[in-house]
Design a protein around this ligand. Structure first.
Ligand code: NAD
Length: 257
């Protein structure tokens, strides 16, 4: 079973301004393409210059931005405003990780992982919320939406992921907190993917991958485009009451006891 049939909803995000971090590849790229296909004006922030090609192909804007650096985060928000006048959806998604047990992990590695996955998400949300609060509401009465890419590892443990899981637990907590602080003006929602076939995952050796898939009742990884389809719905007016929570996309992975 695969998920080849994808139908962007024309005009659902017409003229909305969508900013995604880590949009040069993987889930962020698929989201950038999906939001553009639904009419959004897209801004990509990434340390990978290939984000420039992704942005060019969808009529969007790319800024080389390191989400662990305060000035880069500020510059990304400013680029969205100077290009399109406002920010309607800010999607914290960039990440890096080193997977090994805590006694083998260095403090520098921890600082890098959490510097993007917690501090970077927090700085991104701060920049976006600060701007959103000053801008006029859309016709739906909203001033903006914060999307945070979390993970099934926000909910359960897996071996060797302590620093990464610390970020994903924090993302969930931050998502709730932002909603409490900024409803009814700004929604905040997390997306919690299970196994998604992005570049990093494709490098997992076949025998290891077979073991991973064996623990997923749906018996496959999802495509990044499936996460993008969910993100586009979550950020849309149709999901206006979805706030302060996480939406899980995991092929029933978390259903196994
Ligand atoms: N792929 C999965 O199975 C999976 C599962 C659960 C959650 N997630 C989450 O989804 C999100 C995207 O994951 P992915 O699989 O698409 O990853 P990916 O490695 O394919 O893409 C990550 C992107 O982030 C960019 N990036 C790295 N460091 C950055 C920095 N300091 N500043 C700006 N950009 C930076 C990279 O250049 C890259 O383009 C992450 O938050 C990840 O934790 C992924």
């Amino acid at each position: 079973m695969s998920a080849a049939r994808m139908f962007p909803v024309p005009g659902r995000h017409q003229a909305r301004v969508y900013v995604v971090t880590g949009g040069a590849q993987g889930i962020g790229r698929a989201c950038a393409e999906r939001f553009a296909a639904e009419g959004a004006r897209v801004v990509i922030g990434d340390i990978d210059e290939r984000g420039s090609d992704v942005a060019a192909a969808i009529g969007g804007v790319f800024l080389r931005a390191d989400m662990s650096k305060p000035d880069d985060v500020t510059a990304l928000a400013a680029a969205a405003v100077s290009s399109f006048g406002r920010i309607d959806i800010w999607h914290n998604n960039a990440f890096t990780a080193v997977f090994k047990p805590i006694h083998e992990q260095t403090l520098d590695e921890f600082d890098t992982i959490t510097g993007i996955g917690i501090r970077g998400y927090w700085m991104g949300a701060k920049a976006a919320v600060t701007l959103m609060l000053t801008q006029s509401p859309l016709e739906n009465g909203r001033k903006g939406v914060i999307l945070n890419t979390a993970s099934v590892q926000s909910f359960v443990g897996e071996k060797g992921f302590s620093a990464y899981q610390a970020t994903k637990g924090a993302v969930l907590a931050m998502t709730r907190s932002l909603a409490i602080d900024h409803e009814p003006h700004i929604r905040s929602v997390a997306i919690a993917p299970g196994l998604i076939a992005t570049e990093a995952v494709k490098t997992i050796p076949g025998d290891v991958m077979a073991g991973v898939i064996a623990n997923i009742p749906a018996a496959r990884a999802a495509a990044p485009e499936e996460v993008a389809a969910l993100a586009a719905f979550i950020a849309s007016d149709e999901a206006d009451y979805m706030s302060g929570t996480a939406v899980i996309l995991d092929g029933a992975y978390l259903s196994i006891g």
